[in-house]
Ligand binder design. Structure first.
Ligand code: SF4
Length: 378
């Protein structure tokens, strides 16, 4: 991870009201030259300055569409800023206000390990293996994915991307038999099971072990080879949280993100991406009750926005993404001041060859449409 320079005292010691007014002023000064993007998991005090909010997919598309803005300030994590740089125009500059805002899940998959793993699995499989990289991965991994004929996915369109990868061969893509799903094992397993595959048709590739700890029989039996990675935020949700919230609120509906472990998704009423969860709750009747298994900044914001419904975080405790929270107002102001003063800080630039390949994997992801509905259990 790149090192973040310490901020000068004028930022670290500024009062809350001063930060707000200075951020608003510099945004105003930069006008249409600037576009601030904010991920749903971002804290309120930062997201209020975003021109657009969304999940990874929506923000990638928005970044590509902001052709007037010379500067895109990404209030998210590192891989999102990389994706914005890849899909934006060459004259646009993408800035991440804090270089230490990296996604812990994306950092569980190293590009060299992924390339080696793909080779090992392909040899063991004796079949075509298509890599599918969650958008929460580095640009290098997206590039490896594209070169091997695979695609990126988001949690909104992962099922459609898996179906695409497993579809019968066409003239542009030789017969695909297995999916190498990187880096989130839970997203891969939950999606495979939602598609009707058995858990025994999934196996986990551990990059710390020779051949990922898998035998040839393991790989040949599996349709989904899952990288041993996870999101520590979604892994906080446990089956006992589902049981406990149902005891205290018998009519509550439990909806969780597919990055949660299998046993939690199985117990929930429904699962879906961030966008699908938001849509389901917005469409729900007044008076309904929801326990949501995803990042708590988003859930608490939903609760504030929909006061006609009862909405709580599934585990009743903090499930904040601390990586995302590293983008705070002092860092945002520092980054904006840098742009205004012509001394751009923390510009994220993906090398051209990597970007050219990664863009192919991202474009396949954008072309394969997301579904808007949650996956219901039972
Ligand atoms: S919530 Fe998890 S997957 Fe999302 S950015 Fe944070 S660490 Fe990464």
């Amino acid at each position: 991870m790149e090192t973040q320079a310490p901020l000068p005292p004028e930022y670290t010691q500024a009062e809350s009201a001063e930060l707000d007014s200075r951020i608003a002023a510099v945004k105003n000064q930069l006008g249409s030259k600037l576009c601030v993007l904010g991920h749903h998991y971002q804290r309120d005090e930062v997201i209020k300055f975003a021109d657009f909010t969304g999940d990874s997919l929506k923000l990638s598309q928005l970044a590509a569409g902001q052709t007037d803005a010379e500067f895109i300030v990404f209030c998210g994590v590192h891989f999102m800023a990389e994706s914005a740089d890849i899909v934006s125009s060459p004259n646009q500059k993408v800035v991440l206000p804090n270089l230490h805002a990296g996604c812990a899940m994306a950092e569980m998959a190293d590009a060299e390990d992924v390339a080696a793993g793909l080779e090992e699995i392909s040899e063991l499989a004796d079949a075509q293996v298509t890599p599918i990289s969650y958008v929460n991965s580095t640009a290098d991994i997206k590039a490896i994915t594209a070169r091997a004929g695979g695609a990126c996915c988001t949690s909104s369109n992962v099922r459609n991307v898996f179906e695409w990868a497993l579809a019968p061969a066409d003239k542009n893509r030789p017969g695909a038999g297995k999916i190498f799903c990187i880096p989130d094992q839970h997203l891969g397993r939950n999606t495979a099971i939602a598609m009707g595959y058995g858990e025994n048709e999934c196996c986990v590739y551990d990059p710390q072990l020779p051949d990922g700890g898998l035998t040839q029989a393991d790989v040949q039996r599996a349709t989904f080879i899952l990288w041993k990675g996870h999101c520590y935020v979604h892994q906080l949700f446990r089956p006992e949280h589902v049981t406990s919230v149902r005891e205290s609120h018998p009519d509550i509906r439990v909806i969780v993100h597919p990055e949660c472990p299998r046993e939690v998704v199985e117990l929930a009423d429904a699962s879906g991406s961030t966008a699908q969860i938001i849509t389901a709750i917005e469409a729900a009747d007044p008076g309904t009750e929801w326990a949501v298994g995803t990042e708590s900044n988003l859930v608490n914001r939903l609760a504030k926005r929909h006061t006609d419904k009862f909405i709580c975080v599934l585990n009743q405790a903090s499930a904040a993404c601390t990586q995302m929270c590293r983008i705070d107002r002092p860092h945002l102001l520092w980054a904006l001041d840098g742009i205004a003063n012509g001394q751009i800080v923390n510009q994220i630039t993906v090398p051209k060859e990597t970007a050219d390949n990664a863009r192919i994997a991202l474009q396949r992801m954008i072309d394969i449409k997301p579904v808007t509905q949650v996956t219901k259990n039972g």
